[in-house]
Ligand binder design. Sequence first.
Ligand SMILES: [Zn+2]
Length: 303
Amino acid sequence: MPLQQAPLSRRTFLAHAAAAGLGVTLTRRAFAAATTPADPHTWALLSDTHIAADRARVARGVNLTEHLTDVVRDVLARPRRPAGLFIDGDLALNTGEEGDYAVLTELLLPVRGAGIPITLALGNHDHRARCWAGLPGERRHEAAAGERQAAVVRGERANWFVLDSLDRTNSTPGVLGAEQLAWLGRALDAHADRPALVMVHHNPNTGGNKNGLTDTDALLAVLRPRRHVQAHFYGHSHRWQIDRDESGIHLVNLPAVAYPFAADQPSGWVEATVLPAGLRLELRARDSRHPGHAQARELAWRT
Ligand SMILES: [Zn+2]
């Protein structure tokens, strides 16, 4: 079963918000967003939040709680309420402690209060069992792919396939494994009626890079022949970059919510709108002075 957090009723949200000490401004913004019409084609894509149990924690000059709070505020201020929000792994700072996930849950409350469902992927700084323990109210249902937290999120124009590439906590490379890849093949075949968008924390290992997904070739062997697979999203490298695989699949590197590794890279999130024959991706940089902020790219589906 995937890591998902459902929207909250107004009453439950208010109770949780009070317990978490959520400010009036964010509470009001969640209520305002809840009355904004939901757009079934728009999705909020986040990655690498690196949240710590200590809300004052600063890493690489960045207050981690502040960055996610700013991103949540921006998501809720958009003119269209997204159909769902994803975080593509590295939810936690370093070693995936229960307290990290408890704070993450609190920081995401306004999203759920606004009626937006959340799907979480795991990265190399997460810990599977402690993530489950730290997310209150979440229960483990039967696993889709063994221990792996894989999910299918259905959309009107495209479906999302969220995978779990966590290998060893706090060790950089990732792996999907044969069992999860077999599940992915079956899940893609069962949902071949519309375009498929695949989300993995680790970047493809290409060009001699060994710090990404160690079974990249096996993943591509599943994705390439299935012509409805249109895009592969990943985080891990804390970069905003779009490439194209030789088979025409779009490779989208999501920026980190936390800190970029390179000075010219933004932190922030990406607003994705699924079009009838492609995808519109708009960078929402946390610093609106970043030259890429509010710039959109349109990607056409491969034929
Ligand atoms: Zn990261």
